[in-house]
Each structure stands twice: as C-alpha cells, then as structure tokens.
Design a protein around this ligand. Structure first.
Ligand code: FES
Ligand code: FES
Length: 1011
C-alpha cells in the first residue's frame, strides 16, 4: 500500500507492505546509515529520529511512521560541512568500526537539542539505547560533551600533540612513571586534564574523578615517559581516522550497503536438536513454493571435510566440518539452505522442509565427553587431524620444561587451585553477512564481512568446486569482528546458492543466529599447581586445561596453545608443565575471540598468584615483581608451544611492565586500600555492623601477549605515486575497526615525507591488494605495517633518484619533509613535480613498489590492570567503580586509536568477568539469544576508566611498535576476581561474578566459619 513519509525534510510516496519495518523501508530507499544489528530494538544500530525522538526503527512498522517527521544521519551534515557532533566524533576517536556511530549521533543530537548543557551522566543515559562493542563508550561520551560545548559557542581544546617524541624523557626507575607524563594522548586528555573538563569543553559537566559513590566519572588517558627520542612528524600523532568522514555521514561502506538487481535472499534451516542423524529430508514443498529459487541439503553438495578456521595454510586444526551434513551436532547446526525472491518467502520455505531426525544422546559437559561411554561426535571416517575421535578429543597439547616433580619436591609451599571460565560471545554489532554474485567475466565475487579475505578464498574454493582464480573476495568496511570473523562461516553456502541459481544472493545472520550458530570463546576448566620457595620464588608451575570446543574443532588447538604460551611465561621458572585437551561437546563451536586463549590463562594464573601471596603472607604485587619476566629473559614456552607448529626462540627486548604496575599501584591507591574492606575511610556508609553491607576491594592483574604469530604471519603492500603527489597504498590487511588503515597511512606518510591526507588507503580485495594473512593475532601494525614501511622506503628512494636528476644533486644528500624535497643547495622540488617529471618528461616510469614482510620475532606487549569494586553482601550485586589499564605496546603510532583499543578491550574484559555468559538448558538449547539475555556493558553502566600508555621501543616493529589490540582484554577479569576476594575475603574462582555466585560464595564462607 502507498505511504507518505517525510524523510530528512523530503516527502516521499512509497509502496510499503503492512508488516514492513521502518528500518527495512528506509534501507530500501537508500538511507544506508540505518543499520541492522538485531531485530528486537536492543542494539540501537537502526536508530532514527521520529519527530525528534530516537527510536529503534527495526521494531517500528513503517505504517506507524506515516505523518511523522523522520531524520537519519544523512540529514545531520555532509562531507563538505559536518555537524559539530560528527566533527567531534572524528576528532576524539569516538569511531572504531563505525557501525553504531549513526545511531549514537542521532541519540546525541536529540539530547543536545533538548538539553544544550548535559552532564556526563545525562550523555551516558542518552546513549543507553546504543550498544557499542568497540569503544567502551569513553570517547563517544567525550565527543558529545565536546560538541555540546562547541554548539554553545565555547572554546574547546585543540586535539593535538607536540610535534615529535623528543619531549619525552627516558624513564627513571627511581621516580613514578606518572611524573614523566608529558601530556595527554590525543582526544581524551590535554595537558594531563581530561577533555571533558571545563578547560576542554567550556563547561563543568563532568562527574568528579573521585566520586563518593564511585559512579562512572570522567575517564582519562595519558601517555607516559618513553625511552624513544625521534624526529618523527606523522607517526606518534593523533591523526584523524582516514575513514572517519564516510562513517559519520552514513555513506554506504558496509557489506549490505549495495543494491544488486535480481538479488535473492538466503536463509538457513538449523537443527532443533543437540545431536541427531538426518534419516531423511523432504524439500519438495519448499521447492514448490512460488519465489523459491533453490533449496540445498546434504544430498546436493559434495561431502568435503574442511575447517572454518581462517588460518594460514595448512590449517593446523581438525578438518571436521561439511557444508551440509547428515549428522547435526548442536542446536543451531546447519540442515538446509534456501534462496528466494524475498526474505519472507525464504522464511516460509524453511517451514515447509520436513526433516526426519534420529535423535542421538548429547553431551554438554567436557568432563563427561571424555568418558568411555560418552556419545562420539565425530565417528565419520572422512574427518582428519582430530587428535582422538574415540574420546572426543579434538586437539591435545603437552609441553614440559625441566623436572616438574622435582620442582614440587623442592618447594616450601605447593598451592593448587581450579579456575572455571565461561563460553562468551564476540557480539559485533554487525552480524555475519555475505553477498555473492557472478561478475561479467564469470568469476564469483564474494563481498563479505571478514577478517581474513585471502583465507576465505583459499578455504571455500575446494568446498564449492571453483578454482581460487575464479573467486574474488572483497572486504568492505567491517562492523566489528573480535575474532568471530576470522571464521569462514557462511561464505561457502551463500556461494553455493549463487552457483545453483546464477543470481546474486545475500545471506545474513539474525542476532539470534549470531548467538546460536556462530562462534565464541572456549570455556575452560584450568587446574593450577605451583611450587614456591618461602621467599616467594616460583620454582615449579603446572597448568592443566580442559577446554570445551563444542561441536567442531575450529581453532581448538591454537587457542588452547595460547592459553599456556601467553600466560605461563609471565612468570618464568625452571620447571613447567602445560597440558591441554580441547574436547567435543554438543554445543555451538568455540573459535577465535580477541585474546585467543590468553584471557582464560590469565584468569587462572593471576587469580592463583593472589592465592599464593595470601598463603605466603606476602603482598600480591611483591610476589609478581619477584617472579615476572624481564628484558633479556627468554620466553620459556615460545619454542615448545609455538602456534600450531613448533615455535621460535623469543627473547624479551622491551618490557614496560615495571612502569605499568607502578602506575596502576599508585592510581588505584593500592597501599591505602588493599585489605581494608569495610574499614574506616574505605567503606560505603552502612548501619549494618563494622564491615557494613557494602564492601569494597581492589585487585590487580598483569598480562603479556604476543605481536603476530612468529614465522607464520605475513603481509604485503603496494604503493604508487600519482601525478598530484598523492599515493595509493594497497594492503591486504583488514581494518575491522581497529584504525589500522589510519595507522598504516601514518607509517607510509612518515617514510614518504608527506601528510596522511596524501595517502589513499585501500583494503582489501583479493584481486587488487597483495596477500595478507588477515586481521588477527594483533598483527596488523607489526606485520602489515612492516610491509608498508618497506614498500614506502623503496618508493622514497625512487622519488629521490628522480629528484636528484631534477636538482642535479646526489640523491643521498636530499631530504623530504612536508611534500618538499630539498637539496643541500637549498633548491627544492615538490613530490608532485617529481611525479609529473617521472610520468611525462624524463626516463618515463611509474614510481611504485610492492613489498612483503614477516617476522620470526613476536615481541610481547605488557599490561597491568587494576580495579576497585563494591560488593553488596545482601544481594550479591557487584559494581566495578574504577578500571585502570597501563599498557606497554612499544612505540605508539597513533595515541587516539591506541587508547580506543585499550578502552574497548578492557570493557569487553569487564563483561567477561562480571556479566557475560552463554547459558544452555539441559537439552543443549542456548537460552541467551538476544542482547537482553546476553548482557554487554551499556554506556551508563561503565565504571570510571583510566588508560595509561607506557611507551617503550622494540627493535623489531615499525618505528618500535608492538601490538595493542589484544593485551587490554587479558587482565581485567582476574583483577575483578582479585578485588572481590579483597572485599569479601573469599575467592570466587569461576566467572562471571554474577550475584548468584557472589552470594553463594558468601554463604559458603559463613558456613565454613560456623564449623
Ligand atoms: S535496535 Fe534495531 S537493529 Fe538493533
Ligand atoms: S564503534 Fe561502536 S560498535 Fe564498533
């Protein structure tokens, strides 16, 4: 029926079905800024203003909007004239993947219209309906406060940083690292003051940093003393994101933001049973439904074992999956695929497929799955690289150093503990989505939201029966990945639907499917046994891991390998044993998730360190200082464990851990607060006894990670000079919101002596960009950055050769700065003049180069993280009041993007420790399938966040850079558990620390005391 809608000031007459959502209609009309993240009004990605009020358009019928005034981000500002909110979001680094950004901008604009002078709390409330999985809300809140000040006509602090790293002082271990703080890093601080204070935004809106109530106060970030002294002019600066403008204006940047004529809609039928054999499947009625173009079952596709793990060739894990199989192994496993003219017809067709299941016993607990009588999940003979299918063990690892038994025998104290970590979900706001189509050369184009375009091409080729040369994988903008898009999850089946129909097909997961049929972090049971001398020296350490990999073994070996190889070497000792088994069960498979096994390992190790300190009567930080790894030490497990194959010897060349811990110790008030729960001066007022109802505690955890996979990761880059002095930089690296395109542009600009705006970044397309292993293992800055630097050095040399001829000077004597090449005589030519000369005048040649880079070194970044918590002993409710991260990531290329990575990672880690968990019923059906039941942090729930970047310089990375993406997710959960133990005097060794678990622990401790 016809409906008149007033959209962004224009009245449109549209043909609308009665049941169509406003989101569907707006997207069909090309308002691409309205995003799909769920179907239940919970994520806010589809927010539009309806008569000036933010509303989720996915749960509003288009018919309900008749007569209303609708506004989308397309009306807020344009690339030529951005709205102050859009400017502020770019300036402060409030955008990471950018998928939530249009919704946030609209909610913020509605707030500022009704309240031009909001407090920080009011901003957080206004953003409460907009979930962001990337930023931790720190910078979006700062952006809104900044824009509010600009709109009020008040002066705001410039977002800038001194010209070079020269102002930094070498770190003096005799002084606090905080005394070395030169200035705030980029957006969130200026001169050490938070941007959201009076000097920065022109109003005193922010909550006090040390609120009595401990509510979310102003969050801050600092960059502290460094050992680096350079004359860099682009690297190290808070450059604006190269893709910021397109994201704040809602340009069609993501997979789904295209129109293809004749596109079909794919849908998947999934299993309602945790374990069953399909005796028969009847699709005749579904096929007969008008509008259905294809129905595929296991009868229609070749049975080729493969892995969905997007890893380098040869993939090390089990090849135990099939495009469609006659066995289903979890609720949500694929049964059939449909392509139809509309999503509604596809949905209807699924209901017409009749499946005759023979139910098999299911096993959900990994401890039961390895028992002899347990049902076997993978009896099929075709699967391979399974460690022991007869015992449901997908992967097994064993590393041994020294003589562990002798180490325990020589110890003065042996401490044992069991730690349990849950299955949690990556939850990017953009679900998995892929569009496949034939191009004019009869080649298959796969437009997909992936972290690993080259692995997608290689892995799906044999499965769909096409040579890789006939497949082109295009990665547009990605709406968050966090590891879940390191999985080749739906590209294969969508491609097969296109091969069957010869039509473009779109396949997109719903939010419920994203939870039920996607990937997650491995749940683990970890047993620690540690032998120490009386003075606290660790002499023997054992970690035994039982991991639940779910129905398939994707990433099962390498994630578990990381649990040991990242966490145990933090405290090297002569005798170490690490044993891990990844076990099949009938739940949705686990896979890659930011941190990749390390958060599990650090939860165990860092909880256990506090327990050891308690048993020794020693300060928990002193115990860590006594045993931690130092510069010059060798990582004891790097060679033994590697990642999927034997590794390489790793020596620690840079380590900022002492500075990181000192900062957290001071900022947390460790000496004043530790062990003082319920005591005067560190107590929330209560009338109920000396210790009160509300107890507070502080906790700290340390972490080390890796930078890329040594001897495995590799990246390529091509750089070409254009006649206006700009450069095309083509990389296979994948920016999933981390800001890597910006960081790589900075590296190129630095070497080439130009500005970031002279760099035109393009990533990634398997037809046009060089090979890259993809965005995982914290590798992009290090590996792809190394390739960009190398290619840029070659282009620079070619430019100098041409300029030398133009200036009649020796190229060795020339300098390039700010687009100008200068000879010792003082004569100059511009980069653009060099390009024109080279292309049109003399020795005509295209100045260009391609280079690749890999490394046998994986320099670890380090972190100390600390929290202060408050526990309600009556309800078990836990509030994190303050969360501090101090991170050594080597030389920071862009402090704003680095801070954003730390804030976002720390927030995900808080969720891991406090509230996130996938929960099943007794039949293996997932119960947490929406964003209410599976709770991720919202803006108003955030604690006060502090971020401190400790710069060191590592000899291997470009300009001394190490990784930053994963280290901030490693230490928060154990820090929370340690703080709760400090508050209650009771160790809770299972996360998340839900009210039920906290109350249970309190009750158990009370019973123990009574005995
Ligand atoms: S709230 Fe509408 S897409 Fe999530
Ligand atoms: S920037 Fe908010 S979800 Fe990615």
């Amino acid at each position: 029926m016809e409906l008149e809608l007033r959209i962004n000031g224009v009245v449109k007459s549209l043909d609308v079905a009665p049941n169509e959502s406003l989101m569907t209609v707006l997207r069909r009309e090309g308002y691409w800024s309205v995003k799909h993240g769920c179907e239940t009004g919970e994520c806010g990605a589809c927010t539009v203003l309806v008569d000036g009020v933010p509303r989720p358009s996915c749960v509003m019928l288009a018919m309900q909007a008749g007569g209303c005034t609708l506004s989308t981000v397309e009306s807020l500002g344009s690339a030529r004239k951005l709205h102050p909110l859009q400017e502020a979001f770019i300036d402060t680094g409030a955008i990471q993947c950018g998928f939530c950004t249009p919704g946030m901008l609209l909610s913020a604009s509605a707030l500022l219209k009704r309240n031009p002078q909001p407090t920080e709390e009011e901003v957080r409330d206004a953003l409460s309906g907009n979930l962001c999985r990337c930023t931790g809300y720190v910078k979006p809140v700062q952006a809104v406060l900044r824009a509010a000040a600009i709109l009020r006509g008040e002066p705001v602090a410039a977002i800038s940083r001194p010209d070079s790293g020269e102002s930094f002082q070498p770190w003096d271990p005799g002084r606090s690292p905080l005394q070395h703080t030169e200035h705030g890093a980029g957006s969130s601080t200026e001169g050490g003051k938070p941007l959201a204070d009076k000097s920065a935004v022109g109003g005193d809106q922010s909550a006090p940093a040390e609120s009595d109530e401990g509510a979310s106060g102003t969050s801050t970030a600092t960059l502290v003393g460094t050992r680096v002294s350079t004359d860099l002019s682009v690297v190290g600066k808070p450059e604006r994101k190269v893709d910021g403008v397109k994201l704040v204006t809602g340009k069609p940047a993501f997979v789904d933001d295209i129109d293809l004529r004749g596109m079909l809609y794919g849908r998947l039928l999934t299993s309602p049973h945790a374990h069953a054999v399909i005796r028969d499947i009847d699709v005749s009625q579904a096929k007969a439904l008008p509008g259905v173009q294809a129905v595929l079952t296991y009868k229609d596709v070749p049975r080729i074992p493969y892995t969905t793990a997007g890893q380098s060739w040869p993939e090390p894990g089990p090849h135990d999956q099939y495009v469609l199989d006659y066995i289903v192994r979890f609720v949500g496993d694929r049964v059939a695929a449909v392509a139809a003219e509309t999503p509604e017809i596809a949905e209807q067709a699924l209901k017409l497929i009749k499946v005759d299941y023979e139910l098999r016993p299911a096993v959900l607990d990994p401890r039961k799955a390895i028992e002899p009588e347990a049902p076997r999940l993978h009896p099929e003979p075709e699967s391979y690289r399974i460690y022991d299918a007869s015992r449901n063990i997908a992967a097994h690892l064993h590393a041994e150093i020294g003589d562990l038994d002798r180490g325990f025998a020589e110890s003065d104290l042996v401490v044992e503990g069991e730690y349990i970590v849950p299955q949690v979900q990556q939850t990017p706001i953009e679900n998995h989505i892929v569009i496949t189509y034939w191009d004019e050369d009869d080649r298959l184009v796969v437009r997909t939201s992936t972290q690993v375009p080259y692995h997608v091409r290689r892995i799906i080729a044999p499965v769909i029966g096409l040579s890789p040369r006939r497949i082109r994988v295009v990665k547009p903008r990605i709406g968050g990945g966090f590891g879940v898009k390191q999985e080749v999850l739906i590209e294969d089946i969508c491609a097969l639907l296109t091969l069957t129909t010869n039509r473009p097909v779109k396949l997109e997961y719903s939010r419920a499917e994203e939870f039920r049929s996607s990937r997650s972090r491995h749940a683990q049971i970890i047993r620690m046994k540690t032998g120490v001398k009386r003075d606290g020296t660790i002499i023997a350490n054992q970690m035994l891991v039982l991991a639940n990999t779910g129905a398939y073994g994707t990433h099962s070996m390498t994630v578990q390998s990381n649990t040991g190889s990242k966490a145990l070497p933090l405290y090297p000792c002569p005798n170490i044993r690490f044993v891990a088994d990844a076990v099949y069960t009938n739940i949705p498979p686990a896979g890659a998730f930011r941190g990749y096994g390390a958060p599990q390992g650090f939860f165990a190790v860092e909880s256990h360190m506090d327990e050891i300190a308690k048993r020794l009567g020693m300060d928990a930080l002193e115990l860590r200082r006594k045993n931690w790894i130092k510069e010059g030490d060798e990582n004891p497990l790097a060679k033994a464990l590697g990642e999927g194959k034997e590794g390489f010897t790793q020596v620690i060349e840079s380590c900022g851990l002492p500075q990181c811990l000192q900062i957290v110790e001071e900022k947390l008030g460790w000496k004043e607060k530790r062990g003082k729960a319920g005591r005067e001066g560190f107590e929330r007022r209560s009338a109920q006894g000396p210790y009160g109802r509300f107890r507070r505690g502080v906790g700290v955890a340390l972490a080390m990670h890796g930078t890329a996979i040594a001897g495995l990761d590799m990246g390529g880059a091509s750089i070409k000079l254009n006649d206006d002095g700009s450069f095309n930089v083509l990389v296979g690296a994948t920016d999933i919101g981390t800001g890597s395109d910006t960081v790589l542009a900075q590296i190129a600009a630095e070497v080439l002596g130009v500005r970031v705006e002279d760099i035109i970044m393009y990533s990634s397309d398997t037809d046009f960009t060089p090979f890259d292993t993809g965005a995982y293992a914290s590798s992009t800055t290090y590996i792809s950055g190394g390739a960009v630097k190398k290619a840029a050095e070659q282009v620079r040399q070619q430019m100098l050769d041409v300029a030398g001829r133009m200036l009649k000077a020796n190229p060795e004597t020339l300098t390039i700065k700010d687009r100008v090449i200068t000879a010792p005589s003082g004569q100059t030519v511009t980069v653009s003049q060099v390009a024109l000369h080279s292309l049109h005048i003399e020795n005509q040649q295209q100045i260009m180069a391609t280079a690749s880079w890999m490394s046998y070194d994986s320099p670890p970044p380090f972190a100390a993280q600390g929290v202060e918590v408050e526990v309600d002993t009556e309800t078990g409710a836990l509030r994190v009041l303050k969360a501090i991260s101090a991170v050594d990531a080597g030389r920071v290329i862009n402090p704003i993007t680095a801070e954003g990575q730390i804030e976002g990672g720390a927030t995900q880690a808080l969720g891991y420790g406090v509230c996130e968990e996938m929960i099943y019923d007794s039949q293996g059906t997932l119960l947490t399938t929406n964003l209410s039941d599976y709770h991720i942090y919202t803006a108003p729930e955030m604690p006060q966040m502090e971020t401190h970047i400790v710069e060191t310089s590592d000899p291997f990375g470009p300009f001394g850079a190490k990784a930053i993406a994963e280290i901030p997710i490693d230490g928060m959960a154990p820090a929370v558990a340690n703080a709760v133990a400090d508050a209650l005097g009771v160790r809770i060794s299972q996360i998340p620390l839900t009210p039920e678990r906290v109350l249970h622990a309190i009750y158990a401790a009370q019973q123990e005391t009574k005995r």
